[in-house]
Design a protein. Sequence first.
Length: 47
Amino acid sequence: MKFLKENAVEIVVILLAVIVLGLVQYNESQNPKPETPDLQTQIQSAQ
């Protein structure tokens, strides 16, 4: 039972992380931040 409990905790943590990352990426795609193009231009100018 202890092994199952530990695995369940890890699975829940991983699922939460995946959901949070998905929400962040979805929000960024829906509402692009103004600093994103600036970062891309800085990277391009550095190269």
